[in-house]
Write a protein of this length. Structure first.
Ligand SMILES: Cc1cc2nc3c(=O)[nH]c(=O)nc-3n(C[C@H](O)[C@H](O)[C@H](O)COP(=O)(O)OP(=O)(O)OC[C@H]3O[C@@H](n4cnc5c(N)ncnc54)[C@H](O)[C@@H]3O)c2cc1C
Length: 334
């Protein structure tokens, strides 16, 4: 069996190293980790009570960009790994991953440009093409992940590798002991609750509206001001237009006034989308945490690895996260 778009690195786990692993979560973190572990020779089951296309991950826009992710050496490593893996996947037909040009608008005197170290194409944007109030900008070609194509593709890859799927809620970790040699908690915003003792995960509400694509290809993101988060991400048939970034809000209802304001800001940024018919709308709660929790958790009924709290960059950091979980598992969850 082969999984497309994965560069070979290291040997597949020998049968004696192979473990029964339960991954809790079928969002982008759980699925990516399941594929990575199955490819490493483990016997993987994904347990989730929300199907992939109903998760927060399905709402994601989704551009490779470290939005609402902490700047740390670990995240830097996850960014680099994921950039490389997505760049490789952009060569794979039907993966839903493309390398796409666009603009990051900057609105501060000293913008954080650390992410550009992995992006060979990154260059200063022409100031005449930037919106009013922008201090500067970057033009770059970045991985652009068309979620309605990518998540089903990823799930199909998992199935090809023999990953089993169970639809149920895990109430407590003890119920996994005896059925698995290790568990990975990729439960997004509910990761802290499942592990207990971690109240640091908070929702950051994101609302998006999808409009018909009038023929756009380039993306643009203008997110430095949390009160006026705006992005326009053209996919094949539609354009994902955002957004909001509201800390601590659990509200999953689409707000019509918010949608109107999003469309007005977006039309000011990209006049071509003014009046494009609305074809869909969604709200998702980004699983934000002061720092991503990506570590073994001691003292449980079975070895546990936590992998949650990716904020606004779960897709962006997914392959790096999966690689780290694979390495931790090879080290017996240490
Ligand atoms: C509007 C918006 C735009 C975004 N844009 C981007 C972007 O451009 N780029 C980017 O990188 N990121 C983006 N994000 C962020 C990204 O969507 C998230 O970081 C990511 O989806 C988190 O994935 P996850 O797998 O951790 O969680 P989720 O997708 O929420 O999945 C959690 C899974 O855990 C399961 N689960 C939880 N608890 C239990 C339990 N007890 N028992 C069984 N199952 C359980 C659920 O059923 C679900 O399957 C965006 C988010 C939003 C809302």
């Amino acid at each position: 069996m082969s999984v497309q778009g994965h560069t070979e690195r290291g040997d597949v786990a020998s049968p004696s190293d192979s473990k029964r692993v339960t991954v809790v979560g079928a969002g982008v973190i759980g699925l990516t980790t399941a594929v990575e572990l199955a490819r490493d020779g483990h016997d993987v089951t994904v347990v989730a009570d929300v199907d992939t296309m109903q998760t927060v991950s399905s709402v994601s826009a989704a551009l490779w960009f470290p939005y609402r992710a902490e700047r740390s050496p670990v995240v830097r490593d996850l960014l680099r790994t994921s950039f490389e893996r997505f760049a490789a996947l952009s060569e794979v037909a039907d993966s839903g991953v493309e390398m796409r040009a666009g603009t990051v608008v900057e609105r501060s005197a000293a913008p954080d440009r650390s992410w550009t170290e992995f992006v060979p194409s990154a260059a200063e944007a022409d100031p005449f093409l930037l919106p009013a109030g922008a201090t500067s900008g970057i033009r770059a070609t970045l991985p652009f992940i068309v979620i309605p194509a990518y998540l089903p593709w990823l799930r199909a890859q998992a199935s090809v590798l023999g990953v089993a799927f169970e639809h149920r809620t895990v109430q407590h970790l003890g119920e996994l002991a005896g059925h698995a040699d290790a568990a990975v908690i990729a439960a997004g915003i509910r990761g802290g609750e499942l592990l207990g003792g971690d109240a640091d995960v908070v929702p950051v509400r994101g609302q998006v509206v999808r409009v018909a694509n009038p023929g756009l290809t380039d993306w643009i993101t203008d997110t430095d001001d949390p009160e006026r988060v705006t992005y326009v991400f053209p996919r094949r048939d539609d354009v994902v237009v955002g957004g909001t970034s509201i800390d601590g809000s659990w509200d999953l209802e689409v707000d019509v006034d918010t949608e109107r304001a999003i469309l007005e800001r977006a039309a000011a940024l990209v006049p071509a989308i003014a009046g494009s018919p609305v074809v869909g709308r969604a709200v998702g709660l980004r699983p934000a945490r002061p720092s991503i929790r990506l570590e073994p958790v001691a003292g449980r009924e079975l070895p546990v690895i936590a992998a949650y709290g990716h904020g606004g960059a779960g897709v962006t950091l997914s392959w790096g996260t999966a690689e780290r979980v694979r390495a931790m598992l090879r080290n017996d969850g240490r």
